[in-house]
Design a protein around this ligand. Structure first.
Ligand code: SAM
Ligand code: SF4
Length: 323
């Protein structure tokens, strides 16, 4: 099992397969996707090599992310390849949901275990304002379809923004009352490109936590390996609520994940200064070489990010890496 100098173990890999996105979320790609490199994205063969190597180092769960991963035509083959990798127990996907109604049955058939869909507002006009697309109903239809087919491993990611989230909390609660969906509020994080937006819109998740306790929600005790989300449940609700508060004390002490970008770079943290290229190992399907490299570099992983000091490393926006 991969372990760093602070005793944290890493059973979870976030693998970005493209940095291209068709949405223009105001906190991520407000001007839409602009290609700023000439490099090729990982091929299916290279992705298999990444999965094999990390699985041999104890990784059991791979989340496929982007950019928007569903823009890759070979996504079904990628899901199937991850699922077929010995040692990988869970294959997850994070998507903006715009292809859900059309593609989810295929993804499930290929072995998808968990699905995260980003919905930053249940108000159609706010959703359009945030993402640049009038697609809320389509995304919600995709989730209904999934639930109706018995696929219940669904999380909804909602980025907390002063302008939208605080006034719309009741809508989020109403949504999960009768649906077995895990709704996760994520505090807006500062990246290289969104400093002004961050200053204007960042709001702590603490007020939601206070509200949850006041309304009879209880915090679910989780295993240390479960990662940094705080989870809450309520007997009257089928769904649960998660809070991801990266600016809170000790957030990084439960870090259980490493990241590989669509350009084949290892990122020890979402906000590291640079990625470490794995390309020479991937080109030769050199699983042993890749494993040695990662094991050695893991000792450089810092105890924490430096977001509270306003440092977001080389991460201009999360479309580069997948969040
Ligand atoms: N395009 C897919 C999507 O939106 O779900 C996958 C990639 S996106 C970068 C992954 C997650 O990161 C999304 O839930 C998104 O809302 C979140 N995210 C992006 N930028 C963020 C930021 N600055 N702070 C917090 N979360 C962010
Ligand atoms: Fe695209 Fe996801 Fe970024 Fe929105 S958050 S612009 S959907 S990568």
């Amino acid at each position: 099992m991969l372990q760093d100098t602070y005793g944290r173990t890493f059973s979870y890999l976030r693998l970005s397969i493209t940095d291209v996105c068709n949405f223009s979320c105001n906190y991520c790609l407000p001007d839409g996707y602009q290609r700023c490199h000439k490099e090729k994205f990982l091929t299916l063969e290279e992705i298999k090599c990444v999965a094999n190597s990390f699985a041999q180092m104890g990784v059991e769960k791979i989340r496929i992310t982007g950019g928007e991963p569903s823009l890759r035509k070979d996504l079904p083959e990628i899901i199937a390849a991850m699922k077929a990798t010995p040692g990988i127990k869970k294959v997850a996907l994070t998507t903006n949901g715009y292809k859900l109604t059309e593609q989810l049955p295929v993804w499930i058939e290929k072995g998808l275990d968990n699905l995260n869909v980003s919905i930053d507002s249940f108000e159609p006009s706010s959703f359009k304002l945030i993402t640049g697309h009038d697609k809320l109903q389509e995304v919600l239809d995709g989730i209904e379809q999934a639930l109706a087919s018995g696929f219940n491993n669904i999380k909804i990611n909602t980025v907390l923004m002063k302008e939208h989230s605080a006034s719309q909390l009741q809508q989020y609660f109403d949504y999960i009352k009768e649906r077995p969906v895990s709704l996760r509020f994520i505090e807006l994080m500062q990246t290289g490109d969104n400093e002004e937006f961050y200053s204007a819109q960042h709001v702590s998740g603490q007020h939601i936590k206070n509200q949850l306790f006041a309304q009879g929600w209880t915090q679910v005790i989780q295993d240390k390996s479960a990662g940094p989300a705080q989870v809450f449940s309520h007997p009257d609700y089928q769904g649960t609520i998660g809070l991801i508060m990266p600016y809170s004390k000790d957030f990084c002490s439960t870090c259980n994940r490493l990241r590989v970008s669509s350009l084949g770079k290892l990122h020890l943290c979402l906000f590291s200064e640079q990625g470490l290229s794995l390309k020479e190992y991937l080109a030769q399907d050199d699983v042993e070489g890749l494993k040695d490299f990662v094991t050695q570099k893991l000792s450089d992983k810092h105890a924490t990010h430096y977001l509270t000091e306003g440092f977001s490393g080389a991460t201009k926006h999360l479309s580069m890496l997948g969040g």
